[in-house]
Design a protein around this ligand. Structure first.
Ligand code: HEC
Length: 432
């Protein structure tokens, strides 16, 4: 039997002082300016911003829960993200046990322990962990690889994904009633359920069944509610009252291939943990996720086009995607797709995710660029979040050393600066 579609989610870590680097390969691909339109949230109760992707992975909650036990109850003025994490909307039972690893502690000696545990748990599927810092305090990893029994078809024509911005020609997979043998299409259709299809509004929910009976993959082409959580609740309500119908032979299903590798540092949480622990801290989340049919090399086994035209289930507008344990109320991975930057362009081979940390909304960055960047102002506003400015002004560096330091602040420590802003900062610091 051919192994089919392929879906993997993945990885996050929360560390003190020096965040872990999961793999050299990945850190090479990490370029914080690559995904300016993607935002990572540590909690489900986050606003969906217009024209942006919003990504949530529950693994962070587990790392937080572990670390929490080692922290004093609370400091005044905890940021809202901390308050939301402390509500513990999701917990261990909501994550697939065989896919998740989380560890949090302010003690030392964790890297060796983590390496051993991760290897034991994931074997060959374990990401390389050569670079774990000795100051690591908490770490969580989610590795999910869901496969479909029957591989889906890669559509020949691109799926034109539109938001209010420019239309994007995305590589898409699904079911094409004119392609392949009917017997194969029947097997693909058996993996799909359509819930609450509304031809007037073109809203619908699709459930994909992977080989794992415990996981549910939901794709919902709906209008967003205010927050990710509210949108999930609204879709859950539709699923609860709607009937799950089979696909008809003439129906088209088209889902864009999604690929993202995000390393995200939460400065607010870092600062808070640092204040409680009495030393610098970084809260880092790393997520690596791909959704697509496994291989584009589809050998067609004869064509028996379907005679009747059916529905068009096209994910060509913003939509919600989630992975949830069938026994859970909330997903362990949720993604609002509102911007095409995480979709694969049509005509490109399937790739492992190669995109990186989300940075804050780029609108301000580009307007700043137009206005001319003030290196000094940037240093004063962006470099004092995690350590006093004296740390910056106290360092005597050459221009090359500043470039390296600033880059490290962005890539590994979580400072949020675009490429242009980094340059302005380096220029300013080198000229002092
Ligand atoms: C999100 C937290 C964070 C932000 C924001 C941040 N830093 Fe840092 N910085 C750290 C941490 C953690 C260390 C200690 C570990 C290290 O040196 O990498 C550090 C260390 C440093 C050091 C001492 C080490 C060295 O290489 O000289 C300098 C200088 C520095 N930062 C400059 C900056 C500048 C300039 C900015 C703004 C562009 C900045 N930092 C923004 C977290 C941050």
């Amino acid at each position: 039997m051919r192994i089919a579609g392929f879906l993997s989610c993945l990885a996050l870590c929360l560390t003190i002082a020096v965040p872990c680097r999961i793999s050299a390969q990945l850190s090479k691909a990490v370029n914080p300016t690559d995904t300016p339109y993607s935002i990572v949230t540590p909690v489900l109760d986050a606003k969906i911003p217009p024209e942006r992707n919003l990504l949530y992975c529950a693994a962070f909650q587990l790392a937080w829960d572990e670390l929490r036990q080692n922290l004093k109850p609370s400091l005044p003025d905890a940021p809202t993200a901390i308050l939301a994490l402390d509500k513990r909307l999701v917990g261990k039972p909501d994550l697939p046990e065989d896919a998740c690893f989380a560890l949090g502690s302010l003690g030392g000696g964790l890297p060796d322990k983590i390496r051993a545990e991760v290897r034991k748990k994931f074997g060959a599927a374990a990401p390389p962990l050569d670079d774990l810092a000795t100051t690591l305090a908490a770490y969580a990893l989610l590795v999910r690889n869901l496969q479909f029994q029957q591989e889906f078809t890669l559509h020949e024509k691109p799926l034109i994904f539109s938001t209010n911005g420019t239309p994007f020609a995305a590589a898409a997979f699904g079911i094409d009633p004119d392609k392949g043998a009917e017997s194969v299409r029947a097997k693909m259709r058996a993996q799909v359920r359509v819930i609450d299809y509304n031809p007037k509004t073109s809203e619908f929910v699709v459930r994909l069944q992977s080989r794992s009976q415990d996981d549910e993959i939901i794709l919902a082409r709906v209008s967003p509610e205010t927050s990710l959580l509210q949108t999930i609740e609204a879709v859950s309500a539709r699923i609860a009252k709607g009937e799950a119908a089979a696909l008809a032979a003439g129906d088209i299903l088209a889902i864009p291939r999604i690929s993202l590798a995000v390393r995200h540092v939460f400065p607010e949480i870092s600062r808070y943990v640092g204040a409680m622990a009495g030393r610098p801290a970084s809260a880092v989340q790393q997520i690596h996720f791909t959704l697509g049919e496994k291989s584009s090399a589809l050998k067609s086994e004869g064509r028996t086009p379907s005679s009747t035209r059916g529905r068009e289930l096209m994910f060509d507008r913003p939509f919600l995607l989630w992975l949830r344990k069938t026994s859970s109320r909330y997903p362990y991975l949720a993604l609002w797709v509102g911007h095409p930057e995480i979709l694969q362009a049509a005509g490109t081979p399937p790739k492992a995710a190669s995109i990186a940390p989300a940075v804050s909304a780029p609108a301000s960055a580009s307007s700043a660029a137009k206005a001319g960047l003030d290196g000094r102002a940037l240093v004063e506003t962006r470099c004092a979040d995690c350590h006093p400015l004296s740390k910056v002004y106290g360092a005597k560096h050459t221009s090359a050393q500043w470039a390296a330091t600033v880059k490290r602040m962005v890539v590994s420590r979580g400072a949020k600066l675009t490429a242009a802003e980094q340059k302005a900062v380096v220029d300013y610091l080198s000229s002092r």
